[in-house]
Design a protein around this ligand. Structure first.
Ligand SMILES: Cc1ncc(COP(=O)(O)O)c(C=O)c1O
Length: 436
């Protein structure tokens, strides 16, 4: 297939070095299973499930057919004061996967929208309870909660914040959980639980009764898969309970089998009050995000409004879009029929063994991982992130896609991956990394 590079100028690409890309484009034109194909006809192993979306692999006919059928039957209906069956069905299916009691699901169109929705629901809950003074949020250094203003304020990645002013001023950050002594730890690090006490320390400093919610990714994702220390999430839960603070797990990456269970909340046996999700909810086939909330939160907000009144003044034109719902239902069917969460859990040992076997490579300074997610850091080059980007491009040239954040490589292959694909992944990694 031929693609003219003359046509590349108009799209301002997201999170991309546009000038560099356009000088030497990497265009993906086809996907099937664990592979992508580029415009030169080269096969590319997808080592990061796109952006952690494509858990069931690329090119799933069932999903494409379901979206096609849905659009012919009902393409769109207004989601305010009207509903359509598929949205209720996705909500029911998602509530069946979330921890007991997180039974109410609000739809958005991305992880970023899910995060901002969760922030607003937390505020609305406290307001409905007569605690409208709870307006502060506590999140964490190195967090990524999307790119809308709420999520940027929660985020702890400097580059995602520095050009954009103060965002929301009412957010404080706990320390991140990366510790030098925990380098090359597989699974949960044994030390670091005390870092959770930052939550209490910050809350006490501003008065706990002014804090609405604590947001964390159970495994900090985009920053390079920081697995929570043993006892850390439990400690956050205890502190939240003690001070009436809502605990929100941002499961946009962790959700849908990535950590071995449906959600990280189940893997680590800690139940949040609110969970955000997106990405694999539709296997990446349609934009969709969702927020699951406890009955206590849902009932408090809905119960506070007079009969006949709108209870939550929030929603999107495309909340629960029929095509996204059709994609999601077909995706959830695949997860169930093919037992993909269990499959990921069973494959995790082999995957982590293979990735941790790279620890002898001189350029790798740390490896972390759990479930079907593993990250390694490379020794920075001339500037932070420069070597990571160079390695990412070399991996692509060698036939593999890996998401990098700065100098951290994030490996999260589809849950349909076979052992031979993991072997192929590690062979390419070794080949490229040995050049450093
Ligand atoms: C934990 C987390 N939250 C939110 C988001 C934002 O999702 P989206 O890019 O769909 O807006 C991401 C994206 O990677 C994420 O990892």
């Amino acid at each position: 297939m031929n693609y003219s590079s003359n046509s590349l100028q108009n799209q301002w690409m997201p999170f991309t070095s546009n000038r560099d890309f356009k000088a030497d484009p990497r265009l993906i034109v086809r996907g099937e299973g664990v592979y992508l194909w580029n415009h030169k006809g080269q096969r590319i192993l997808d080592g990061s499930s796109g952006l952690f979306c494509v858990a069931a692999g690329h090119g799933r006919n069932e999903i494409a057919d379901a979206v096609h059928r849905q659009l012919l039957e009902l393409d769109y209906s207004a989601p305010f004061q009207l509903g359509h069956p598929a949205a209720f069905e996705v909500a029911r299916r998602v509530a069946g996967l979330t921890p007991d009691g997180l039974d109410h699901v609000f739809f958005a169109n991305s992880g970023s929208e899910a995060v901002d929705t969760a922030m607003k629901i937390a505020l609305a809950y406290h307001y409905a309870k007569g605690e409208g003074q709870r307006q502060r949020f506590i999140s964490r250094e190195r967090a990524y909660h999307g790119v809308n203003f709420g999520g940027v304020a929660l985020s702890g990645l400097i580059k995602n914040r520095e050009a954009f002013g103060v965002a929301l001023p009412s957010v404080a950050h706990m320390r991140h959980t990366w510790l030098v002594e925990n380098r090359f730890t597989r699974g949960q690090p044994k030390t670091g639980v005390e870092l959770a006490d930052d939550l209490e320390r910050i809350a006490m400093n501003v008065s706990p009764g002014t804090v609405a919610a604590c947001f964390v990714e159970p495994v900090a994702g985009s920053t390079g898969f920081l697995v929570p220390p043993v006892g850390y999430l439990e400690r956050l839960r205890e502190i939240c309970d003690k001070h009436g603070i809502l605990l929100v797990f941002d499961e946009v990456i962790c959700g849908f089998g990535r950590t071995g269970k449906a959600f990280a909340a189940q893997t680590f046996a800690v139940k949040p009050d609110i969970m955000t999700m997106a990405k694999a909810l539709t296997n990446g086939c349609q934009p969709m995000g969702a927020v699951a909330v406890s009955s206590e939160i849902h009932d408090t907000v809905t119960g506070a409004a007079p009969d006949g009144a709108i209870e939550l003044f929030h929603g999107y034109t495309f909340s629960g879009h029929p095509a996204a719902c059709a994609a999601s239902l077909a995706t959830l069917d695949i997860f169930e029929r093919e037992g993909l969460f269990e499959r990921g859990e069973a494959l995790s040992g082999y995957f982590l063994d293979a990735v941790f076997a790279l620890s002898d490579m001189a350029v790798i300074t740390d490896i972390r991982g759990c479930g079907m997610m593993a990250a390694f850091d490379v020794e920075p080059g001339a500037a932070p992130g420069a070597r990571g980007y160079e390695i990412q491009k070399r991996l692509y040239e060698a036939g593999m896609h890996v998401k990098f954040t700065g100098d951290a490589a994030l490996l999260a292959p589809p849950l349909i991956t076979e052992k031979e694909h993991i072997d192929e992944m590690c062979t390419v990694l070794r080949e490229v990394l040995s050049q450093y």
